[in-house]
Design a protein around this ligand. Structure first.
Ligand SMILES: [Zn+2]
Length: 490
């Protein structure tokens, strides 16, 4: 069999002032053709799983583009148009295909197009006619009717932290092969209860999403059920369809798909209050971290997670650490290309005074001027060790560690979520030996940091990935929706 494969992935935080243009994709990943296979083979990603699954069943992959950028504001319309045109041109040139595999996010918002994936999938469907299309979607996808109608099958990640991306890629290939061979005939149901769960309440290791996925996994063991996805949704993409949704695919049994989707939607609704979340104020969190015995204590800066579209440059926790005279602390990472450049210019070992962070978005805090020693300089290349993104190379761009009285600030030039301790180790700091680790991440850090942390404290600092949705002014999401509106009834 021959399957076309492409990736176009962006999680768009519509509250972010950072426009996601071509340069943002180039800084993260933008590849074409055979390079897609070379880069992603063997990695813990959807594409890695698709490549692996195809090799296991003698499927030939016809690679097109792989484009992803760090979550930020709307995708520039010129870049989206270029990427879509490239993908459609490759599709037209691909010859006879038995299936199409797409690795999409599901919360991509383009300038002028709220439903990026729905728009793309409509065009792909129009181009391939009845050829089956299988799509992997992020757990944070804001699924729309257009996506459901255009795709043959959607496969959402079932974990947050996302540790099953490669498994979903393999599953998508396997199901697509069955559909292409005529062995299964998918019938799907989709439900969208009026829920907008905040990010920090969505983890799947415990809490309401764990309970929902336990139900879903039991459903998947039933005959004729092909797959069940519960999308927690990405609340900070303020579009009509933001929020939680349920997708059930069965083999030729629409009534069963409907019944299971209804059951899960009702279960999600009954658990809606359990998604709500509170974190510690900055001063309390730092005081508690300093008072705790043992190390390291992780202070999770959940509101300034670049992986949720925040700037990654707020300084409130850093400011408090310095005020309290903390020692043996590392802040991973502050996005500040200008400060990193100043450190590079000064050279390793030099003492510099620089204004750090607070440069993107004045509403979330000011720059902090510090004087410290340039401890380490790096080109910012490292390899993820997992459980997430295992084997993939990360590029942070020119990187410097600025040591301010044993508070080490990792200054990076590209925005990447601090989800892997490798992002601390690669600049010569042993995360396990530190007293305090500030990690700018909402939930993903848990996969790799929980096993080494003495304690984890979630901090309610300012930032564009805050789980306090009351801090945002929503204008487009459908209303009423919980928790923005009080909704009664079970
Ligand atoms: Zn996600």
């Amino acid at each position: 069999m021959r399957f076309f494969v492409a990736m176009l992935s962006h999680e768009t935080n519509t509250f972010s002032p950072i426009r996601t243009d071509r340069a943002q994709f180039e800084a993260h990943d933008l590849r074409y053709g055979g390079e897609l296979l070379e880069t992603y083979r063997g990695t813990g990603t959807c594409l890695g799983g698709m490549i692996d699954g195809a090799a296991a069943r003698d499927v030939t992959l016809v690679p097109s583009l792989a484009a992803t950028a760090s979550p930020a504001g709307r995708v520039a319309k010129e870049f989206y148009a270029e990427a879509r045109a490239r993908l459609l041109a490759d599709l037209a040139a691909a010859g006879t295909l038995d299936g199409v595999l797409l690795d999409l996010h599901g919360a991509m918002v383009v300038e002028g197009i709220d439903d990026g994936e729905g728009d793309l999938l409509r065009d792909v469907r129009a181009a391939v006619g009845a050829t089956p299309i299988a799509v992997t979607l992020d757990f944070h996808a804001n699924v729309t009717r257009a996506m459901v109608e255009a795709a043959t099958l959607l496969h959402g990640y079932k974990t947050y932290p996302h540790v099953d991306m490669d498994a979903r890629g393999r599953e998508a290939v396997a199901r697509l092969a069955e559909v292409a061979a005529g062995r299964v005939r998918p019938t799907v149901a989709w439900r969208q209860p009026p829920m907008l769960p905040p990010i920090a309440g969505q983890l799947t290791t415990r809490g309401p999403m764990r309970r929902l996925y336990d139900l879903a996994e039991a459903m998947e063991r039933r005959p004729r059920v092909l797959s069940v996805s519960i999308f927690a949704g990405f609340p900070l993409a303020d579009i009509r369809d933001a929020g939680l949704s349920i997708y059930v695919a069965t083999d030729g049994d629409p009534a069963l798909a409907d019944a299971l989707a209804d059951e899960l939607a009702a279960a999600a609704w009954s658990l809606r209050h359990d998604f709500l979340h509170t974190a510690l104020p900055v001063k309390d969190a730092v005081a508690r971290a300093l008072a705790l015995d043992g190390r390291p204590v992780v202070l999770a800066d959940i509101a300034d997670n670049t992986g949720g579209g925040a700037a990654g440059d707020t300084t409130e926790i850093l400011r408090e650490l310095l005020r309290m005279g903390a020692r043996s602390a590392t802040v991973a990472c502050v996005w500040d290309p200008e400060a990193a450049r100043a450190c590079v210019a000064a050279g390793a070992g030099a003492t510099v005074s620089v204004a750090v962070g607070g440069k993107v978005d004045p509403a979330h805090g000011a720059p902090l001027t510090v004087t410290g020693r340039v401890r380490t300089l790096s080109d910012g290349r490292f390899v993820y060790k997992g459980p997430m993104l295992r084997g993939l190379e990360g590029r942070l761009g020119p990187t410097a560690v600025l040591d301010v009285n044993d508070v080490k600030i990792i200054l990076v030039s590209h925005r990447r979520q601090a989800l892997d301790p490798e992002m601390i180790r690669f600049v010569g700091i042993d995360p396990a030996a530190e007293k305090i680790l500030v990690v700018k991440s909402s939930v993903h850090y848990r996969a790799a940091f929980e096993p080494l942390a003495r304690a984890i404290l979630e901090v309610d600092a300012p930032g564009l990935s805050s789980s306090n949705l009351g801090r945002f002014t929503f204008a487009h999401v459908r209303r009423p929706i919980f928790p923005l509106d009080e909704l009664s009834g079970d």
